[in-house]
Design a protein. Sequence first.
Length: 457
Amino acid sequence: MNRHYDAIIIGFGKGGKTLAAHLADKGQSVAVIERSEKMYGGTCINIACIPTKTLVHDAKRSASCGELDFPAKAKAYRRAIARKNEVTAFLREKNYSMLANRDNVDVITGTASFRSPHEVEVAAAAGTLVLSADSFFINTGGETVIPPIEGVRDSRRVYVSTTMLDLEELPRRLAILGAGYIALEFASFYAEFGSEVTILERGPRFLPREDADVAQSVRDSLEARGVSIVTGTAIRSVKDGEHDTTVLYTVDGEERRLAVDAVLLATGRRPHTEGLHPEAAGVRLDERGAIVVNERLQTSVPHIWALGDVKGGPQFTYISLDDFRIVRDALSGKNTRSINDRDPAYAVFMDPPLARVGLTEEAARAQGRDVRVAVLPAGAVPRARVIDQTEGLLKAVVDAQSGAILGCALHCAEAGEMINTVEAAIRAGKDYTFLRDMIFTHPSMTEALNDLFGKIS
């Protein structure tokens, strides 16, 4: 089949699917090409945000049941995996129907590769298609970096985050290679389900992008749940035995062995462009394989755009959604938005969650800024006492001269919600007194911002 469209979107991610609906509403003919029917709706719905947060929720509920033996914990885990599958299946179908039911949208399952700036070849189940379009939008996401460790690719007990989510049997012992945000979430909920979790981090410092006191708060929380954290490691090999897998690593030159039932690679992600052949269209990639874009997400070819993780930068669903807004405004000729006018908050949905916006204290001082800092223990918040979640701390960094909020880190219950209030205040140009004096509902976690920023004075 050869067919021409007004727009072809490669990948069913957040930015791409939202753009597809928008362009269809404008009367354009649109093709959405997705390599797998299991990925309708994108990464977040199927293999990232939604399934992991579902498991975080169910793990916390399982942990609240008290002392259970491992078979009971494993049963609770299987129920959680089944519910996760139900949630993702529901959302996947909903997202597919949202586009496929439109008369001017074709959802095509297959692998796309560029033949020229205006043509792609799609390897589909029914055969090879050649499709052309006036405009292309690449939204193919990212993939896990597989480190060159002996035995990793051959082991039957090594998983990446996506395959780990399909594991139906709870591992008694889990090793996580890496200590980034994915590692923290998986370590948190697997520990609460009942696994013995060990994090092996290559760097000498745990969570180096966070202030030392915030990182220590996170570490204390994980260790309280039985998670072991080892920094300064060099992984030498992963070797399967009959009943378990041995991770061989060194710390300060000392060789150590760790026997586990599963190994999770949390070793970072990279843009997914394999097989896409963007070079055939003249699209440039950077040294990491990310598609090079300008501030309005145009590639080196003006009618080809890139959204989401494939262009590098922060790998969050809400960034992909904002990418849609930037592209939408650019296509309309408004050009009111760009990637340069955003500094989004983030949240790691461990238990309790970690969220931050803006600068850390260390980063602000490194810039030579004169700052005032406030720290509030989560246990000082009445709501935290009410819900019996007193772990963690809250931290604010403020410019000493202007009172501008430079940054805020929250490691406490409901941090993922609270940080949005802080970001809104920053984007609105409010100084710290705005949150210090804001009238919040009581008892709520958000009202802790009164006390946190009150400590600045």
